[in-house]
Design a protein around this ligand. Structure first.
Ligand code: MG
Length: 163
């Protein structure tokens, strides 16, 4: 079930250190667009505080964005004071492997990948046998292609919920 997220939440800040520790998570790989920042590049409310709490718990963090805009991803990473990689090409393993190298965590099952898209974040994480966490996108989609993709995502998630 490569398209089934291990966990589904509303927004990333809903995840607690306890939830992560209960699932043996030692490191996080975070999507950026619509997970940490809105499409207007505004950071999610409370995200800085949440990141600091995770850091204090000893859990490592790295951004792996699919964006090809280096400066944009760098700006988010600098604001949150965490390492990053961009142009990750999720759901391929490329960027996730790069992020894993930065995190220096040996076992993939100890890494959670958190993002808002089934076909990039969840699929990529599951292919890597990482712990996949799906959030709802934090801002409304403006692109038509994405809307189509969202509809398909909803359909799949609904089907999975029935099982
Ligand atoms: Mg995203």
């Amino acid at each position: 079930m490569l398209l089934r997220p291990k966990m589904q939440i509303k927004k990333i800040t809903d995840i607690t250190v306890e939830i992560l520790k209960d699932n043996n998570i030692k490191a996080l790989i975070l999507d950026s667009d619509n997970t940490l920042i809105t499409l207007d590049k505004e950071p999610l409310e409370g995200i800085k505080e949440w990141i600091n709490k995770i850091k204090q718990s000893g859990i490592k963090i790295c951004i792996a964005s699919n964006s090809i805009k280096h400066k944009k991803v760098e700006k988010v990473a600098k604001y949150l004071e965490i390492p990053y990689t961009y142009f990750s090409i999720k759901p391929t393993k490329l960027g996730l492997k790069r992020a894993k190298k930065i995190l220096q965590v040996e076992n993939n099952e100890n890494i959670a990948e958190i993002g808002d898209q089934l076909f990039t974040d969840v699929l990529g994480a599951n292919r890597m046998k990482m712990f996949s966490i799906l959030t709802e996108p934090i801002s409304e989609e403006k692109v038509k292609l994405n809307n189509l993709k969202r509809k398909l995502e909803k359909k799949i998630l609904k089907k999975q919920a029935k099982k």
